[in-house]
Structures are given as C-alpha cells and as structure tokens.
Design a protein around this ligand. Structure first.
Ligand code: GLY
Length: 368
C-alpha cells in the first residue's frame, strides 16, 4: 500500500503552489516536478551532508522521468548563508545557463533553502525553484512562505527577498536520517505553531510529541501537515509581513538575541533558541498579567518532557548580561520606529504582536 500524501495549497493567486507532505516523496520527485518543466533539466543545490544521504535518490527519481540533473554541493552549516556562497550559487547557475523558466531545486535544510531561494529570486530577476526540505525545521517553517536570504556580520537574514517556491516536497520519511538534536530543534518550531494559534494542536503535541520524537510516521505526518497548514494560512493573510505574519516569530526576538550572543554556533541551534524564546515569551506574558502563570509552566513542562532546552541556564557557556541581550534584540527585523516588538500571548494558542512591553518586566525575565 502506498504511503499517504497530504497536500496543503498556499493560495497566493498567481504565486500559488502546493506543499506535498508524506513519506517517500523523494522517490516520486521526478513525477511530481516533471509538470513544472519546459525542458527536462534541473539544477540541484545541496550541502555535502544532505547530498551524501539523499542526492543519489533524488537524481534517480528525476532520471526515471528522463530529467537531467546537475548538482552543486556546498559546505554544511549556517556560515554557508553568506555573500560568498550566494555568488558561488549564482555563478554556477549562470554557467549552467539556467533560464527564467528553468527550475532550481534546493535540497537541504533551512540554510540551503534560504540561500538557494534568494539566488533564485535575484538570478535573471527571478527564476523558479522547488524546495525539498530535509530537516524538520525546514519542512514546517523555512521552506514554506517565500522568505529567502543570507546573513551578514550585522545579523541573520538581513539581506533577502520574498520569493515563493513553485512546489515544496516535504518527505517526512527522510526525517529518520536526522540526528536527534536537529529533530528536536525543528520540534521547537512545531510547538511554536500550537502556542501561537492552536491550543488543541499544542494539547495534541503534549500527548503525541514523545511518539513523534521516537519516529512514529503518522505522528510526524500530522505534525508537519498541521504546522504547514497554519503557516500557509498566515502567509496567505500577510505574505510580506505587514502584520499577522509576525506571529510566526513567536519566541524569535529572544532567540535572535541568544543566537547572536552565542556566535551562531552549535552552543544553540535556531530551533532550540525558538523553544527557549517561546518559554520566555510566555513567562513575560504571565508577568505582564496577560496570561495565567500556569501557561508558561505548561510550556516548560512539555519542552522538558521532550528533553529540550527551556531556560537561559540550559545554554552551555557564559551568556552576556541582560543589558547586552536587550541591545542585541535591537537588531531584530520587527523593530519599528526604534521600538522592540514582541509576540506575547493571552493564553496558549492566543498570540498577538505588541510594542507595549514593560522594560522592567523584560529585565526580570532575562535576569531569571
Ligand atoms: N519563519 C517566519 C516566517 O516565515 O515568517
């Protein structure tokens, strides 16, 4: 019997596309991508680690449909999302004469998806691309919604463009190749969706998260599908983040400061920072009297049960003091007229965007 495939439509008019979710999709990539092609040729960009696991299978699936594929492998890791690698990707695609109607495939996690998506956005003022996200984080968040970009020494994702993919293939079967730490980091983004807008989903995660982490295919499929569905709904309402899309940044104001403070190193993975940031956002909300004290306790209890980091003290090594962390938050893209904006919550599943944060309470939360 074939594996179930879920389909989420991202309804963006002439930029609309499908996100297909299911185990075994990589093996069907040729059949699924073929209808997008004007010539039977694609250019694949991946990183060396992902390529080692999945590139041969992708090429074989494309070859089954007579699709030729050239591939470029970049070094794995966040440092690849930089000007130099952007130039490498663009030059490589130009050397291959990838045309506007051509298709570039981003095979990898968030780093490859963001970098290759940005290269696709600026190459010949926009070529089409397909996301094949291979990490849980990329499947539930970064591959959907068209945010693309690179980091600079000033901070993360400060150079970029909105450029929607033409198709996303999220093969939940390949999550089995992820190290547990990476899987759990991606789970931080999954939890975020429940916390920001769907209390029933959060309750489902409380009941099923351990099963998901242990590898249960149905639990993984459901969690990815519900996350993508929520993301698609928000992106359709606010594609370029003029309002509601900022809700997807629950936990991220704290997270971005913590990532900068830890030098974007493996002391703290992005999804781990999101999980800690969500716990801190709920703590701040409770201190400001917006939600009950039980809510941050419940958030922390679930993250702890999953074996995840929940507090600043869970980050190995020294962190800068509260003032320095608040200063780092000032580089956040949500800053408006010099004022920090936070995603806070009136309860689990009830997040909202605000600039009205009492500085003293923010300090108390960071002081621990
Ligand atoms: N990752 C947040 C967004 O796509 O808006």
């Amino acid at each position: 019997m074939s594996e179930p495939i879920e389909r989420v439509h991202v309804d963006l008019g002439e930029r609309a596309y499908e996100v297909l979710i299911g185990a075994g999709l990589l093996g069907q990539a040729g059949r699924l991508i073929a209808p997008l092609l004007h010539v039977p040729r694609v250019a694949i960009v991946s990183d060396a680690t992902v390529a080692g696991h999945h590139l041969a299978a992708l090429k074989a699936a494309l070859a089954q449909e007579g699709i030729e594929a050239d591939s470029l492998e970049l070094p794995p890791g966040e440092a690849t999302k930089c000007w130099a690698q952007l130039e490498t990707v663009c030059s490589w695609l130009l050397d291959r004469k990838v045309e506007r109607r051509g298709i570039v495939i981003a095979l990898g996690g968030g780093v490859i998806g963001d970098l290759v998506g940005f290269a696709a956005a600026i190459l010949r003022r926009g070529v089409r691309f397909v996301q094949i996200p291979t990490s849980l984080l990329a499947q539930v968040d970064s591959s959907v919604g068209g945010k693309t970009g690179i980091n600079t020494p000033h901070g993360k994702n400060l150079i970029g463009a909105f450029h929607q993919p033409s198709l996303v293939l999220a093969d939940t079967g390949i999550l089995a190749t992820l190290p547990r730490r990476d899987l759990l980091a991606g789970y931080g983004e999954v939890v975020k969706y429940g916390l920001l807008g769907d209390a029933a989903f959060f309750a489902w995660l409380e009941a099923n998260g351990p099963k998901l982490a242990a590898g249960d295919p149905a639990a993984r499929l459901h969690a990815v599908r519900r996350s993508v569905e929520m993301k698609a709904e928000i992106v359709v309402r606010d594609e370029t983040e003029q309002g509601d899309r900022a809700l997807l940044n629950l936990g991220h104001t704290f997270c971005h400061a913590l990532e900068a403070a830890t030098g974007y190193s493996d002391r703290l993975l992005h999804g781990e920072g999101v999980a800690i940031g969500c716990a801190l956002a709920f703590e701040l909300s409770a201190r400001m009297g917006l939600c009950s004290q039980e809510d941050p306790s419940r958030v922390r209890a679930h993250l702890r049960e999953m074996g995840m980091k929940t507090d600043l003290s869970d980050i190995p090594g020294e962190l800068p003091g509260t003032d320095a962390l608040i200063a780092l938050m000032g580089q956040d893209k949500k800053v408006l007229d010099g004022k920090l904006r936070f995603i806070l919550a009136r309860g689990i599943g009830e997040a909202f965007v605000t600039s009205e944060v009492e500085p003293e309470m923010l300090r108390q939360v960071l002081d621990g």
